[in-house]
Design a binder for this molecule. Structure first.
Ligand code: VGL
Ligand code: ZN
Length: 199
């Protein structure tokens, strides 16, 4: 139990209804997440944290529209509406989120030239955020994930967590997905096949 951490992924205004990149029902999971936080021995939050003009924004690519795909030096990248700009209200945590006991906030996506869905690695799957080392140094072996979005930041974080050797669960009731071109089913299958415990 003490060796377990809850990682709450990107529970930010821009991913909730009314935000710049709203996930359907994103705000509905706040009470469930707050219950998980109350039960968790350690709580870590992630915060999508982009500079203006970030390369994952469609607005940075003339002629491209949000939700289209482009090729970056590190591979395929979905383009998004401008969202979670550093210091903006959209980047703030949902006002109902019970973040008070959180021990660490991992900010990600702060390099203009590369996106970062996962809490562990940027989208080149090579550049670490430091989270795996932090968890290991603190003796944490087991992680439980929840938040937004199931098929992007939650899924890539969960896949990296198992690959890094952490016993990994995703609480699906405390997540909501974007579901672009079947991404929710595809990423759920990838998580299950990788050995993520889906609960
Ligand atoms: C996310 C798209 C772009 C997420 C972040 O939190 O799932 N999705 N940036
Ligand atoms: Zn983002």
């Amino acid at each position: 139990m003490a060796h377990e951490a809850l990682i709450v992924i990107d529970m930010q205004n821009d991913f909730c209804p009314g935000g710049a990149l709203p996930v359907e029902g994103g705000d509905e999971i706040v009470p469930a997440i707050n219950r998980l936080i109350e039960l968790a021995p350690h709580v870590i939050l992630t915060q999508d944290w982009h500079p203006a003009g970030h390369s994952s924004f469609a607005s940075s690519h003339p002629g491209m529209a949000p939700f289209e795909t482009t090729t970056m030096p590190y591979g395929e990248q979905t383009l998004w509406p401008d969202h979670c700009i550093q210091g903006s209200t959209g980047a703030d945590f949902h006002p109902g989120l019970g973040w008070r006991t959180a021990e660490l906030v991992v900010r990600k996506g702060f390099r203009a030239e590369i996106d970062s869905y996962s809490a562990f690695f940027e989208n080149d799957h090579k550049t670490p955020t430091g989270l795996a080392g932090y968890l290991r140094e603190r003796g944490i072996t087991k992680v439980q994930l929840c938040g937004l979005a199931t098929d992007y930041c939650v899924a890539f974080s969960a896949l990296d967590a198992v690959a890094e050797g952490f016993s990994t669960s995703v609480v699906l009731d405390a997540c909501r997905g974007i579901d672009l071109n079947g991404s929710l089913a595809a990423m759920t299958a990838r998580m299950r096949n990788a050995g993520v415990n889906l609960i």
